[in-house]
Write a protein that binds this ligand. Structure first.
Ligand code: TYD
Length: 136
């Protein structure tokens, strides 16, 4: 299937004795225009977020604080990515089944999304996701 690859993004980090600063601009990191930003926080221990795929949404996931794992499935294989640095982004193209787990206390999961919110873009059924993946 012809989908893009998952990539780590090195987000610029301005070291400063007063506290570090990072930023994202399209020219430096992003291959899409950000349409929406959302974040997941106050996740109780052991909870799992996600558990779906997006048909067209691309996203960058950042652990702004704390840590968590992003587990991705491309229709054939599954890979786990541990996020624990606020200057590392995980670029996830469309058509990856994904969930997030192992949230630490005070973890904040920031998502930069290429689309406005649309329930129609979600695939909630894993078997349907596999079928759609195989026809792409
Ligand atoms: P959902 O994407 O299912 O969360 P998860 O990260 O666990 O996959 O979204 C949870 C709820 O929040 C759902 O009712 C839809 C709503 N929601 C919005 O209204 N706007 C948004 O941008 C997002 C991401 C979710």
């Amino acid at each position: 299937m012809n989908i893009g690859s998952v990539k780590w993004l090195d987000i610029p980090k301005i070291l400063d004795e007063r506290g570090n600063l990072s930023f994202i601009e399209k020219s430096t990191c992003l291959t899409f225009d950000i349409k929406r930003v959302y974040w997941i926080y106050d996740v109780p221990g052991g909870e799992i977020r996600g558990g779906h795929a997006f048909k067209i949404q691309k996203e960058v996931i950042i652990a702004l604080s704390g840590s968590f794992d992003v587990v991705l499935h491309d229709g054939v294989t599954s890979s786990r990515y541990s996020l624990n640095r606020s200057y590392k982004g995980l670029y996830v193209p469309e058509m990856y089944w994904r969930h997030m787990e192992n949230f630490s206390t005070n973890a904040v999961c920031l998502v930069l999304a290429s689309t406005f919110y649309s329930e129609a873009d979600y695939i909630y059924d894993f078997d349907a996701f596999i079928n759609i993946s195989q026809t792409k």
